[in-house]
Design a protein around this ligand. Structure first.
Ligand SMILES: [Zn+2]
Length: 479
Protein backbone atom coordinates (compact mmCIF):
# COMPACT_ATOMS: atom_id res chain seq x y z
CA UNK A 1 0.00 0.00 0.00
CA UNK A 2 1.41 3.45 -0.79
CA UNK A 3 1.28 6.58 1.30
CA UNK A 4 1.42 10.07 -0.14
CA UNK A 5 3.73 12.67 1.41
CA UNK A 6 1.94 14.55 4.17
CA UNK A 7 1.36 18.23 4.93
CA UNK A 8 4.90 19.05 6.08
CA UNK A 9 6.50 17.89 2.86
CA UNK A 10 8.12 20.55 0.66
CA UNK A 11 5.88 21.65 -2.20
CA UNK A 12 8.05 19.83 -4.71
CA UNK A 13 7.16 16.57 -3.02
CA UNK A 14 3.48 17.14 -3.05
CA UNK A 15 3.65 15.58 -6.18
CA UNK A 16 10.95 -18.36 8.36
CA UNK A 17 10.22 -20.87 8.87
CA UNK A 18 11.52 -24.12 7.41
CA UNK A 19 8.67 -26.58 7.70
CA UNK A 20 8.88 -30.33 7.87
CA UNK A 21 6.96 -32.21 5.22
CA UNK A 22 4.11 -33.53 7.27
CA UNK A 23 3.34 -36.89 5.79
CA UNK A 24 1.94 -35.39 2.63
CA UNK A 25 0.54 -37.74 0.06
CA UNK A 26 2.58 -37.85 -3.12
CA UNK A 27 1.22 -36.17 -6.20
CA UNK A 28 0.34 -32.84 -7.65
CA UNK A 29 -2.52 -32.10 -5.26
CA UNK A 30 -0.62 -32.30 -1.98
CA UNK A 31 -0.19 -28.50 -2.04
CA UNK A 32 2.91 -28.69 0.16
CA UNK A 33 3.95 -25.24 -1.07
CA UNK A 34 1.02 -23.91 0.99
CA UNK A 35 2.40 -25.25 4.29
CA UNK A 36 2.82 -22.51 6.91
CA UNK A 37 3.26 -22.07 10.64
CA UNK A 38 0.23 -19.90 11.46
CA UNK A 39 0.33 -17.80 14.60
CA UNK A 40 -1.98 -15.53 16.54
CA UNK A 41 -1.43 -11.91 15.65
CA UNK A 42 -0.14 -9.65 18.41
CA UNK A 43 -2.08 -6.69 16.95
CA UNK A 44 -5.27 -8.14 15.47
CA UNK A 45 -5.84 -11.48 17.25
CA UNK A 46 -9.53 -11.64 16.30
CA UNK A 47 -8.57 -12.55 12.73
CA UNK A 48 -7.06 -15.88 11.74
CA UNK A 49 -6.74 -19.07 13.78
CA UNK A 50 -3.35 -20.66 14.51
CA UNK A 51 -5.12 -24.04 14.75
CA UNK A 52 -5.62 -24.02 10.98
CA UNK A 53 -3.03 -24.06 8.19
CA UNK A 54 -4.76 -23.64 4.83
CA UNK A 55 -2.84 -25.09 1.89
CA UNK A 56 -5.08 -24.39 -1.10
CA UNK A 57 -8.26 -22.51 -1.94
CA UNK A 58 -10.33 -23.37 -5.00
CA UNK A 59 -12.94 -20.61 -5.20
CA UNK A 60 -15.84 -20.82 -7.64
CA UNK A 61 -17.61 -17.46 -7.54
CA UNK A 62 -20.58 -16.01 -9.40
CA UNK A 63 -21.51 -12.33 -9.24
CA UNK A 64 -25.07 -11.31 -10.05
CA UNK A 65 -25.04 -7.61 -10.63
CA UNK A 66 -28.82 -7.07 -10.63
CA UNK A 67 -29.41 -8.68 -7.23
CA UNK A 68 -25.94 -7.78 -5.86
CA UNK A 69 -25.44 -11.40 -4.91
CA UNK A 70 -22.14 -13.25 -4.67
CA UNK A 71 -22.56 -17.03 -4.76
CA UNK A 72 -19.53 -19.04 -3.77
CA UNK A 73 -18.31 -22.59 -3.44
CA UNK A 74 -14.99 -22.67 -1.57
CA UNK A 75 -13.04 -25.93 -1.61
CA UNK A 76 -10.27 -25.60 0.94
CA UNK A 77 -7.49 -28.07 1.63
CA UNK A 78 -6.23 -27.44 5.15
CA UNK A 79 -4.02 -28.97 7.78
CA UNK A 80 -5.00 -28.95 11.44
CA UNK A 81 -2.04 -27.76 13.50
CA UNK A 82 -3.51 -29.16 16.71
CA UNK A 83 -6.14 -31.69 17.70
CA UNK A 84 -9.52 -30.16 18.54
CA UNK A 85 -13.26 -30.97 18.56
CA UNK A 86 -13.88 -28.14 16.07
CA UNK A 87 -12.01 -25.55 14.01
CA UNK A 88 -12.82 -22.17 12.52
CA UNK A 89 -12.46 -19.95 9.50
CA UNK A 90 -13.12 -16.24 9.11
CA UNK A 91 -16.26 -15.46 7.08
CA UNK A 92 -18.22 -12.21 6.97
CA UNK A 93 -21.56 -12.12 8.74
CA UNK A 94 -23.26 -10.79 5.59
CA UNK A 95 -22.63 -14.10 3.81
CA UNK A 96 -25.03 -16.96 4.48
CA UNK A 97 -23.73 -20.50 4.60
CA UNK A 98 -25.98 -23.24 3.20
CA UNK A 99 -23.68 -26.24 3.43
CA UNK A 100 -20.34 -27.29 4.89
CA UNK A 101 -18.68 -30.65 4.37
CA UNK A 102 -15.43 -32.04 5.75
CA UNK A 103 -13.95 -34.85 3.65
CA UNK A 104 -17.36 -35.18 2.01
CA UNK A 105 -19.28 -35.53 5.29
CA UNK A 106 -21.78 -32.88 6.19
CA UNK A 107 -20.74 -30.87 9.27
CA UNK A 108 -22.74 -28.72 11.65
CA UNK A 109 -21.60 -25.12 11.97
CA UNK A 110 -22.23 -21.93 13.85
CA UNK A 111 -21.67 -18.53 12.27
CA UNK A 112 -21.23 -15.93 15.00
CA UNK A 113 -20.14 -12.50 13.85
CA UNK A 114 -17.38 -12.99 11.31
CA UNK A 115 -16.31 -16.44 12.52
CA UNK A 116 -17.54 -19.71 11.02
CA UNK A 117 -17.04 -22.57 13.50
CA UNK A 118 -17.10 -26.03 12.00
CA UNK A 119 -17.96 -28.80 14.46
CA UNK A 120 -15.84 -31.57 13.09
CA UNK A 121 -13.04 -33.09 15.17
CA UNK A 122 -9.54 -32.68 13.75
CA UNK A 123 -6.25 -34.44 14.48
CA UNK A 124 -2.95 -32.56 14.58
CA UNK A 125 -1.08 -32.57 11.25
CA UNK A 126 -3.85 -34.33 9.35
CA UNK A 127 -5.19 -32.76 6.18
CA UNK A 128 -8.84 -32.16 5.43
CA UNK A 129 -10.92 -31.13 2.44
CA UNK A 130 -13.48 -28.58 3.51
CA UNK A 131 -16.26 -27.31 1.25
CA UNK A 132 -18.27 -24.20 2.14
CA UNK A 133 -21.27 -23.17 0.03
CA UNK A 134 -22.42 -19.60 0.66
CA UNK A 135 -24.06 -16.53 -0.83
CA UNK A 136 -24.89 -12.95 0.02
CA UNK A 137 -24.01 -9.32 -0.62
CA UNK A 138 -20.46 -8.71 0.60
CA UNK A 139 -20.09 -5.94 3.13
CA UNK A 140 -16.75 -4.31 3.98
CA UNK A 141 -15.52 -4.06 7.56
CA UNK A 142 -14.12 -1.01 9.42
CA UNK A 143 -10.38 -0.43 8.93
CA UNK A 144 -8.23 -0.02 12.08
CA UNK A 145 -6.70 3.23 10.88
CA UNK A 146 -6.98 6.99 10.80
CA UNK A 147 -5.83 7.17 7.16
CA UNK A 148 -7.95 9.23 4.81
CA UNK A 149 -7.84 6.97 1.75
CA UNK A 150 -9.55 3.97 3.32
CA UNK A 151 -12.02 3.79 6.18
CA UNK A 152 -13.30 0.32 5.43
CA UNK A 153 -11.59 -2.81 4.10
CA UNK A 154 -12.62 -5.96 2.32
CA UNK A 155 -14.95 -6.43 -0.60
CA UNK A 156 -16.86 -3.33 -1.69
CA UNK A 157 -19.78 -3.17 -4.10
CA UNK A 158 -19.76 0.08 -6.08
CA UNK A 159 -22.90 2.06 -6.88
CA UNK A 160 -23.05 0.53 -10.37
CA UNK A 161 -22.53 -2.99 -9.05
CA UNK A 162 -18.81 -3.55 -9.61
CA UNK A 163 -16.73 -5.54 -7.11
CA UNK A 164 -13.31 -4.61 -5.84
CA UNK A 165 -11.33 -5.35 -2.69
CA UNK A 166 -8.56 -3.80 -0.57
CA UNK A 167 -7.95 -6.05 2.44
CA UNK A 168 -4.91 -5.08 4.45
CA UNK A 169 -4.50 -5.97 7.30
CA UNK A 170 -7.58 -8.22 6.96
CA UNK A 171 -10.88 -8.35 5.11
CA UNK A 172 -10.57 -11.32 2.72
CA UNK A 173 -13.21 -12.84 5.00
CA UNK A 174 -15.78 -10.40 3.58
CA UNK A 175 -15.93 -12.48 0.38
CA UNK A 176 -14.68 -16.02 1.08
CA UNK A 177 -14.08 -18.33 4.06
CA UNK A 178 -10.41 -17.91 4.94
CA UNK A 179 -7.79 -18.15 7.65
CA UNK A 180 -7.35 -14.39 7.39
CA UNK A 181 -3.82 -13.91 8.70
CA UNK A 182 -0.55 -13.26 6.83
CA UNK A 183 1.26 -16.12 8.59
CA UNK A 184 -0.94 -18.64 6.75
CA UNK A 185 0.03 -18.57 3.07
CA UNK A 186 -1.82 -20.79 0.61
CA UNK A 187 -2.16 -21.58 -3.08
CA UNK A 188 -5.16 -20.34 -5.06
CA UNK A 189 -7.28 -21.30 -8.05
CA UNK A 190 -10.12 -18.86 -8.66
CA UNK A 191 -12.99 -19.23 -11.14
CA UNK A 192 -15.30 -16.26 -11.43
CA UNK A 193 -18.46 -15.79 -13.46
CA UNK A 194 -19.45 -12.21 -14.27
CA UNK A 195 -22.55 -10.82 -15.97
CA UNK A 196 -22.52 -10.27 -19.73
CA UNK A 197 -20.06 -7.63 -20.90
CA UNK A 198 -18.16 -7.68 -17.61
CA UNK A 199 -15.30 -9.84 -16.46
CA UNK A 200 -13.94 -11.17 -13.17
CA UNK A 201 -10.24 -10.80 -12.39
CA UNK A 202 -7.98 -12.41 -9.77
CA UNK A 203 -4.30 -13.10 -9.08
CA UNK A 204 -1.95 -15.21 -11.13
CA UNK A 205 -2.22 -16.41 -14.68
CA UNK A 206 -5.40 -16.29 -16.72
CA UNK A 207 -6.01 -19.95 -17.50
CA UNK A 208 -9.17 -19.58 -19.57
CA UNK A 209 -11.92 -17.16 -20.51
CA UNK A 210 -15.29 -18.37 -21.78
CA UNK A 211 -18.07 -16.07 -22.99
CA UNK A 212 -21.72 -16.93 -23.49
CA UNK A 213 -24.62 -14.64 -24.36
CA UNK A 214 -25.31 -14.21 -20.64
CA UNK A 215 -21.99 -14.29 -18.84
CA UNK A 216 -18.21 -14.51 -18.89
CA UNK A 217 -16.27 -17.06 -16.87
CA UNK A 218 -12.56 -16.61 -16.20
CA UNK A 219 -10.16 -18.94 -14.37
CA UNK A 220 -6.94 -17.90 -12.65
CA UNK A 221 -4.12 -19.99 -11.22
CA UNK A 222 -1.60 -18.68 -8.69
CA UNK A 223 1.64 -20.67 -8.73
CA UNK A 224 3.18 -19.36 -5.51
CA UNK A 225 1.51 -19.30 -2.09
CA UNK A 226 0.01 -15.96 -1.03
CA UNK A 227 -1.11 -14.38 2.23
CA UNK A 228 -4.85 -13.61 2.25
CA UNK A 229 -4.33 -9.81 2.33
CA UNK A 230 -2.52 -10.16 -1.03
CA UNK A 231 -5.44 -11.84 -2.81
CA UNK A 232 -7.63 -9.73 -5.07
CA UNK A 233 -10.95 -10.06 -6.86
CA UNK A 234 -12.50 -7.47 -9.15
CA UNK A 235 -15.59 -7.69 -11.32
CA UNK A 236 -16.38 -4.91 -13.78
CA UNK A 237 -16.15 -3.63 -17.35
CA UNK A 238 -12.45 -4.38 -17.88
CA UNK A 239 -10.47 -4.53 -21.09
CA UNK A 240 -7.51 -6.90 -21.04
CA UNK A 241 -4.12 -5.99 -22.49
CA UNK A 242 -0.89 -7.95 -22.29
CA UNK A 243 2.75 -7.02 -22.58
CA UNK A 244 6.13 -8.59 -21.97
CA UNK A 245 8.50 -7.68 -19.16
CA UNK A 246 12.15 -8.49 -18.52
CA UNK A 247 13.29 -12.03 -19.54
CA UNK A 248 9.91 -12.70 -21.15
CA UNK A 249 7.85 -12.12 -17.97
CA UNK A 250 4.13 -12.04 -18.92
CA UNK A 251 2.43 -8.75 -18.00
CA UNK A 252 -1.34 -8.51 -17.66
CA UNK A 253 -3.32 -5.26 -17.51
CA UNK A 254 -7.05 -5.14 -16.69
CA UNK A 255 -8.16 -1.58 -17.42
CA UNK A 256 -11.48 0.30 -17.37
CA UNK A 257 -12.95 -0.10 -20.83
CA UNK A 258 -13.00 3.18 -22.73
CA UNK A 259 -9.95 4.55 -20.87
CA UNK A 260 -7.38 2.05 -21.99
CA UNK A 261 -5.10 4.54 -23.80
CA UNK A 262 -4.94 6.78 -20.71
CA UNK A 263 -3.75 3.97 -18.46
CA UNK A 264 -1.39 2.41 -20.98
CA UNK A 265 0.46 5.73 -21.10
CA UNK A 266 1.99 5.21 -17.67
CA UNK A 267 2.15 1.44 -17.99
CA UNK A 268 4.38 1.53 -21.07
CA UNK A 269 7.29 2.13 -18.67
CA UNK A 270 6.45 -0.83 -16.45
CA UNK A 271 8.99 -3.23 -18.06
CA UNK A 272 11.74 -0.62 -17.55
CA UNK A 273 10.69 -0.07 -13.95
CA UNK A 274 10.75 -3.81 -13.31
CA UNK A 275 14.29 -3.87 -14.75
CA UNK A 276 15.24 -1.02 -12.41
CA UNK A 277 13.91 -3.04 -9.46
CA UNK A 278 15.55 -6.28 -10.62
CA UNK A 279 18.91 -4.48 -10.75
CA UNK A 280 18.56 -3.85 -6.99
CA UNK A 281 16.49 -6.81 -5.81
CA UNK A 282 17.31 -9.67 -8.14
CA UNK A 283 14.93 -11.54 -10.37
CA UNK A 284 11.19 -10.85 -10.01
CA UNK A 285 9.85 -13.61 -7.75
CA UNK A 286 6.59 -14.66 -9.47
CA UNK A 287 5.18 -16.04 -12.71
CA UNK A 288 3.56 -12.83 -13.94
CA UNK A 289 3.06 -9.16 -13.10
CA UNK A 290 0.42 -6.59 -13.88
CA UNK A 291 -2.37 -4.41 -12.60
CA UNK A 292 -6.13 -4.20 -12.31
CA UNK A 293 -7.45 -0.61 -12.16
CA UNK A 294 -10.57 -0.49 -9.97
CA UNK A 295 -12.88 2.18 -8.54
CA UNK A 296 -11.20 3.23 -5.29
CA UNK A 297 -8.76 5.56 -3.58
CA UNK A 298 -5.76 3.43 -2.65
CA UNK A 299 -3.45 0.85 -4.18
CA UNK A 300 -2.40 -2.60 -2.97
CA UNK A 301 0.52 -4.86 -3.73
CA UNK A 302 -1.74 -7.87 -4.39
CA UNK A 303 0.45 -10.74 -5.50
CA UNK A 304 1.33 -10.78 -9.22
CA UNK A 305 -1.49 -8.29 -9.94
CA UNK A 306 -1.44 -4.87 -8.28
CA UNK A 307 -4.89 -3.53 -7.36
CA UNK A 308 -4.83 0.16 -8.25
CA UNK A 309 -7.63 2.57 -7.28
CA UNK A 310 -8.32 4.94 -10.15
CA UNK A 311 -8.66 7.94 -7.79
CA UNK A 312 -5.05 7.29 -6.77
CA UNK A 313 -3.75 7.20 -10.34
CA UNK A 314 -2.94 10.92 -10.63
CA UNK A 315 -0.47 12.14 -13.22
CA UNK A 316 1.44 9.46 -15.17
CA UNK A 317 4.65 10.09 -13.20
CA UNK A 318 2.82 9.72 -9.88
CA UNK A 319 1.18 6.56 -11.11
CA UNK A 320 4.62 5.21 -12.00
CA UNK A 321 5.95 6.08 -8.56
CA UNK A 322 3.09 4.28 -6.87
CA UNK A 323 3.46 1.33 -9.23
CA UNK A 324 7.18 1.07 -8.38
CA UNK A 325 6.18 1.01 -4.70
CA UNK A 326 3.67 -1.81 -5.24
CA UNK A 327 6.07 -3.76 -7.47
CA UNK A 328 8.85 -3.42 -4.86
CA UNK A 329 6.46 -5.13 -2.45
CA UNK A 330 6.40 -8.23 -4.66
CA UNK A 331 9.87 -8.85 -3.15
CA UNK A 332 9.51 -7.05 0.21
CA UNK A 333 6.09 -8.14 1.52
CA UNK A 334 4.78 -10.72 -0.95
CA UNK A 335 7.44 -13.41 -1.41
CA UNK A 336 8.71 -12.76 2.15
CA UNK A 337 5.85 -11.64 4.35
CA UNK A 338 5.86 -10.51 7.98
CA UNK A 339 4.34 -13.14 10.30
CA UNK A 340 2.79 -10.48 12.50
CA UNK A 341 1.24 -7.08 11.73
CA UNK A 342 3.58 -5.47 14.25
CA UNK A 343 6.29 -5.91 11.61
CA UNK A 344 4.55 -3.98 8.85
CA UNK A 345 7.52 -1.56 8.99
CA UNK A 346 9.75 -4.12 7.34
CA UNK A 347 8.04 -4.10 3.94
CA UNK A 348 6.39 -0.66 3.95
CA UNK A 349 9.64 1.04 4.93
CA UNK A 350 11.58 -0.71 2.16
CA UNK A 351 8.88 -0.14 -0.52
CA UNK A 352 8.93 3.54 0.48
CA UNK A 353 12.74 3.64 0.40
CA UNK A 354 12.90 2.09 -3.09
CA UNK A 355 10.05 4.28 -4.36
CA UNK A 356 11.99 7.35 -3.18
CA UNK A 357 15.24 6.09 -4.74
CA UNK A 358 13.44 5.54 -8.05
CA UNK A 359 11.78 8.95 -7.79
CA UNK A 360 15.10 10.69 -7.17
CA UNK A 361 16.49 9.13 -10.38
CA UNK A 362 13.44 9.73 -12.60
CA UNK A 363 11.81 12.98 -11.42
CA UNK A 364 12.90 16.44 -10.32
CA UNK A 365 12.61 15.40 -6.66
CA UNK A 366 16.13 14.89 -5.33
CA UNK A 367 17.27 12.29 -2.82
CA UNK A 368 17.99 15.17 -0.46
CA UNK A 369 14.32 16.25 -0.75
CA UNK A 370 13.18 12.76 0.10
CA UNK A 371 15.47 12.42 3.11
CA UNK A 372 14.23 15.77 4.33
CA UNK A 373 10.66 14.49 3.99
CA UNK A 374 11.55 11.40 6.00
CA UNK A 375 13.13 13.55 8.70
CA UNK A 376 10.09 15.80 8.77
CA UNK A 377 7.81 12.81 9.36
CA UNK A 378 10.04 11.55 12.15
CA UNK A 379 9.79 14.89 13.89
CA UNK A 380 6.01 14.77 14.29
CA UNK A 381 4.49 11.37 13.50
CA UNK A 382 6.53 9.23 15.91
CA UNK A 383 5.05 10.79 18.99
CA UNK A 384 1.51 10.64 17.63
CA UNK A 385 1.60 7.17 16.06
CA UNK A 386 4.32 5.39 18.01
CA UNK A 387 7.59 4.00 16.65
CA UNK A 388 7.15 2.09 13.38
CA UNK A 389 7.74 -1.26 15.10
CA UNK A 390 5.38 -0.42 17.98
CA UNK A 391 2.68 1.64 16.27
CA UNK A 392 -0.78 2.28 17.69
CA UNK A 393 -2.97 -0.64 16.43
CA UNK A 394 -5.76 1.85 15.69
CA UNK A 395 -3.41 3.72 13.32
CA UNK A 396 -2.57 0.96 10.87
CA UNK A 397 -0.28 1.99 7.98
CA UNK A 398 -0.01 5.66 8.89
CA UNK A 399 2.98 7.83 7.93
CA UNK A 400 5.62 6.77 10.44
CA UNK A 401 5.65 3.13 9.39
CA UNK A 402 6.71 4.36 5.93
CA UNK A 403 8.81 7.46 6.52
CA UNK A 404 10.41 6.73 9.90
CA UNK A 405 11.46 3.30 8.63
CA UNK A 406 12.75 4.69 5.33
CA UNK A 407 14.97 7.07 7.32
CA UNK A 408 16.08 4.12 9.47
CA UNK A 409 17.09 2.21 6.33
CA UNK A 410 18.97 5.27 5.05
CA UNK A 411 20.76 5.59 8.41
CA UNK A 412 21.58 1.89 8.30
CA UNK A 413 23.09 2.39 4.83
CA UNK A 414 25.38 5.11 6.20
CA UNK A 415 26.24 3.02 9.24
CA UNK A 416 27.16 -0.24 7.47
CA UNK A 417 28.13 1.07 4.03
CA UNK A 418 26.59 0.66 0.59
CA UNK A 419 27.95 -2.81 -0.09
CA UNK A 420 26.43 -4.50 2.96
CA UNK A 421 23.25 -2.42 2.88
CA UNK A 422 22.39 -3.28 -0.73
CA UNK A 423 23.33 -6.91 -0.08
CA UNK A 424 20.63 -7.00 2.61
CA UNK A 425 18.11 -5.25 0.34
CA UNK A 426 18.72 -7.79 -2.40
CA UNK A 427 19.23 -11.01 -0.48
CA UNK A 428 16.63 -10.79 2.29
CA UNK A 429 13.67 -11.52 -0.04
CA UNK A 430 15.63 -14.06 -2.08
CA UNK A 431 17.09 -16.33 0.58
CA UNK A 432 13.74 -17.78 1.72
CA UNK A 433 11.14 -17.07 -1.00
CA UNK A 434 7.45 -17.85 -0.37
CA UNK A 435 7.83 -17.73 3.43
CA UNK A 436 7.01 -15.63 6.46
CA UNK A 437 9.63 -13.66 8.33
CA UNK A 438 10.09 -11.99 11.71
CA UNK A 439 11.93 -9.02 13.14
CA UNK A 440 14.22 -11.34 15.12
CA UNK A 441 15.10 -13.18 11.90
CA UNK A 442 15.84 -9.90 10.14
CA UNK A 443 18.08 -8.76 13.00
CA UNK A 444 20.06 -12.01 12.99
CA UNK A 445 20.43 -11.88 9.22
CA UNK A 446 21.48 -8.21 9.07
CA UNK A 447 24.01 -8.79 11.87
CA UNK A 448 25.48 -11.74 10.01
CA UNK A 449 25.86 -9.74 6.78
CA UNK A 450 27.37 -6.68 8.42
CA UNK A 451 29.23 -8.21 11.37
CA UNK A 452 27.75 -5.41 13.49
CA UNK A 453 25.55 -5.59 16.57
CA UNK A 454 22.29 -4.07 15.29
CA UNK A 455 19.69 -4.95 17.94
CA UNK A 456 20.10 -1.74 19.90
CA UNK A 457 20.06 0.31 16.67
CA UNK A 458 16.82 -1.34 15.51
CA UNK A 459 15.23 -1.06 18.97
CA UNK A 460 15.94 2.65 19.04
CA UNK A 461 14.51 3.23 15.56
CA UNK A 462 11.55 0.88 15.73
CA UNK A 463 10.30 1.15 19.31
CA UNK A 464 10.84 4.72 20.43
CA UNK A 465 8.27 7.48 20.31
CA UNK A 466 11.04 10.04 20.55
CA UNK A 467 13.56 11.16 17.92
CA UNK A 468 16.04 8.27 17.49
CA UNK A 469 19.11 10.16 16.21
CA UNK A 470 21.77 12.04 18.10
CA UNK A 471 21.24 15.10 15.90
CA UNK A 472 18.14 17.26 16.07
CA UNK A 473 15.37 16.60 13.54
CA UNK A 474 15.62 20.02 11.93
CA UNK A 475 19.24 19.62 10.94
CA UNK A 476 19.77 19.85 7.21
CA UNK A 477 20.10 16.37 5.78
CA UNK A 478 23.40 15.11 4.54
CA UNK A 479 23.05 13.91 1.00
ZN1 LIG B 1 3.18 -0.24 0.57
Amino acid sequence: MPVRPARWVPAVLAAALVLPLLGAPAGATSYDAGLSAPREDSYYPDHGDPGVDTLHYALDLTWQRASRTLSGVADIRLRATTGAPSFQLDLGRALHVSEVTVDGERATTSHDGDVLRIDSPVVADRRYDVRVVYRGTPRPTPAPTTRGDFQSIGMAVTADGQLRTMQEPYGAFTWYPVNDHPSDKALYDVRVTAPRGWVGVSNGRLVSQRRTSKQTTTRFHLEHPAASYLVTLAVGPFAHRTATGPHGLPLSYWLPRGEVAHYLKALRHLPDDLRWLEARLGRYPFESAGVVVVPGASAMETQTLVTFGRQTWGRPIEARETMVHELAHQWWGDTVTPSDWRDLWMNEGMAMYLEARWSSEHTDITWRDWVQAFRGSNSFSREEQGGPGAYDPEMFATDCVYFCTALMYETLRKKVGDRDFWRIVRQWPQRTPDTNVTRAGFERYAERVTGDELTSFLDRWLNRKSWPMATAPDWPPRS
